[in-house]
Design a protein. Structure first.
Length: 244
């Protein structure tokens, strides 16, 4: 009987290490959207399951006794599929979600990327750090703006000529982020409420420099799925003694 960890995040890698130390049988699953992902310890499968039905059959056919959804806070489709598949298969599901960000600077919270683009268009030079999968939502409203885009992998779409694409992978430092913001004359930073420390530095640098920050709120978690914020709680839940 195995714990399935839906991963791709730092929390998922830490969870795999914790389960390994605890002697719990587990399998990590990655969606496969990143070409060279940081792999957790232990056995890893890469690729989708084929939607809700595919995941349900995988759970039933592979002795999965519990599932921990430790995917990115914005991986709403995966989390929704996991909730539906686990309910259908009768397999307990836990959501491991890092706490969201808080800040005291000039922050504007919006509900989606379209709203973020509208707010960002009021600025002159934008640092866009929402990930490559959402760039099409900004291309129209920010087509004539100076935009710095930071992504982990090369883009597979064309961007406006006024945009600059930077390939980089965190973690980042406040000094480095400060230099980046100043060097590009950024007056608006657009991000999403990913939480965690890996990319927090840009927010601290923006606060120092008085750069306006636009933050996209997280999508709601599936109803009825218990959530924890620490790896230790997820490890405890994954054991017989810690199950709830």
């Amino acid at each position: 009987m195995t714990v399935l960890v839906l991963g791709g995040t730092g929390e998922a890698r830490a969870l795999a290490a914790g389960l390994d130390t605890a002697g719990v049988a587990y399998l990590s699953s990655l969606a496969g959207r990143v070409r060279n992902p940081r792999l957790p310890v232990g056995e890893v499968r890469i690729g989708g399951f084929g939607g809700i039905d595919g995941l349900r059959e995988y759970l039933r056919g592979n002795g999965i006794r519990r599932v921990v959804d430790a995917t990115h806070p914005f991986a709403a489709r995966i989390s929704g599929n996991a909730a539906a598949a686990c309910a259908a298969a009768g397999v307990p599901l836990l959501r491991l979600a890092r706490p969201g960000w808080t800040g005291t600077g000039d922050w504007t919270w919006v509900d989606d990327h379209d709203a973020a683009a509208a707010v960002a268009a009021r600025g002159a030079s934008v640092f866009l750090s929402t990930g490559r999968q959402t760039l099409d939502r900004f291309a129209g409203p920010l087509a004539r703006h100076r935009v710095l885009v930071r992504v982990v992998e090369p883009l597979d779409l064309d961007v406006p000529d006024s945009w600059t694409v930077l390939l980089a992978r965190g973690p980042y430092t406040v000094d480095g982020e400060r230099a980046l913001l100043v060097g590009h004359g950024v007056d608006v930073l657009v991000t999403k409420d990913s939480g965690g420390d890996l990319t927090r530095a840009k927010l601290d640098a923006a606060a120092e420099l008085g750069v306006r920050v636009v933050v996209v709120r997280r999508p709601p978690s599936p109803a009825g799925v218990p959530t924890v914020a620490t790896v230790a709680d997820a490890v405890a839940w994954a054991t017989d003694s810690g199950a709830k």
